[in-house]
Ligand binder design. Structure first.
Ligand code: FES
Ligand SMILES: [Fe+2]
Length: 347
């Protein structure tokens, strides 16, 4: 069970804005159950549902009439009916029916948020400037999600973490935590920043996963982190894709999702593969929770004191800052490729 953090309708002000970018709100199929789903994100409440064509819509969650919570209403023939005075809103957010009045003001509408579905996940686009994503600002498709060679249902966990999401994103450049926290000393560690993508390349040795480990991972925008991983596990090479994504609830809390896809071992039965996948997922989760435990209680430090051998935390934060400023103010250098190798045992 996740903890509920109460939210009130709010606008994104100059004092605090939520990151511009695609944010994952879970597996798309979960919204196709004929129900209304409240999303308490970006400091407000949204309502998500699938219309009669199974298209998912995400709307502002407070009724433009008198502010009732639309997620408490009813979904009737693909429209949201508010529980207060029964105004009905279609998938575009337009009011299509007021039971006691024929004339419907064009102002009677609630905002529809941009969404996309990639890798069986639903994403919501946030941009305080109100603009759609620029060219190439997208979540990459992993063909593995549709491949028979993969156990391609996300094994997904959801948790609420009460801190600022920057604490989580710092992890991308934190070369020196792998040994102490994960017991996985590195042999190679590098970051590559380019436009909205922040990469981490890690080679190391994972006791938990049983040996050599190669992980190539990237944030696509501020909140969606995919890792391709190859690990030696019980004498086999296991390939997997990990998802680590978050969506802010308030400036100091976020929902965190952790998901795993695993490639099947050829020649094994479905059942054997399933078992292996579950065991592998458990081990991955355990190492992910080692990070979560630290995030839960650490303090925010804006000017960390670094030592030689630490990863490029300052460059990472500069890269991350682009999502909190108007697009036209993003410095040109953040669009260029920047590669930083922190550790290479072959040198
Ligand atoms: S508040 Fe929603 S119909 Fe009146
Ligand atoms: Fe970690």
């Amino acid at each position: 069970m996740t903890k509920m953090i109460d939210v009130k309708p709010a606008t994104q002000t100059a004092e605090y804005r939520y990151a511009r970018g695609w944010h994952c709100v879970g597996e798309a199929q979960d919204f196709r159950d004929g129900k209304l789903h409240a999303l308490n994100i970006f400091g407000t409440r949204l309502v998500a549902f699938a219309d009669d064509n199974d298209e998912i819509s995400v709307l502002d969650g407070f009724c433009p009439h008198m502010g009732a919570d639309l997620s408490e209403g009813e979904l009737v023939e693909g429209r949201v009916v508010c529980h207060f005075h029964h105004w009905a809103f279609d998938a575009s957010g337009r009011c299509t029916d007021i039971p006691y009045c024929k004339r419907i003001s064009p102002k009677a509408k609630t905002r529809r948020w941009m969404t996309c579905e990639v890798n069986k996940l639903l994403f919501v686009w946030n941009n305080p400037e109100g603009k759609p994503p620029g060219e190439g600002i997208e979540i990459p498709y992993f063909p593995e999600i549709d491949s028979d060679e993969w156990d391609n249902d996300w094994h997904m966990d959801l948790m609420v973490i009460e801190t600022n999401p920057r604490e989580l994103v710092d992890n991308l450049s934190d070369a020196q935590h792998f040994g102490p926290v994960h017991g996985a000393p590195m042999t190679y560690f590098a970051n590559v920043f380019e436009g909205h993508i922040g990469h981490q390349i890690f080679h190391g040795d994972s006791g938990r996963l049983g040996g050599d480990l190669i992980a190539d991972s990237a944030y696509y925008g501020p909140a969606t982190h995919f890792t391709r991983m190859k690990a030696e596990y019980e004498g086999m090479t296991i390939e997997s894709i990990l998802l680590n994504c978050h969506v802010p609830i308030t400036p100091d809390s976020f929902e965190l999702r952790f998901g795993v896809l695993v490639k099947k071992i050829p020649g094994w039965t479905e059942e054997q593969n399933r078992e292996l996948a579950l065991e592998y997922v458990r081990n991955n989760r355990d190492s992910f929770y080692q990070d979560v435990d630290i995030w839960k209680s650490k303090a925010r430090v804006d000017n960390p004191v670094l030592a030689e051998g630490d990863g490029p935390i300052y460059q990472l934060r500069e890269w991350y800052s682009q999502f909190f400023m108007d697009e036209e103010k993003v410095p040109a250098k953040l669009k260029e490729r920047q590669e930083i190798v922190t550790f290479d045992s072959r040198r």
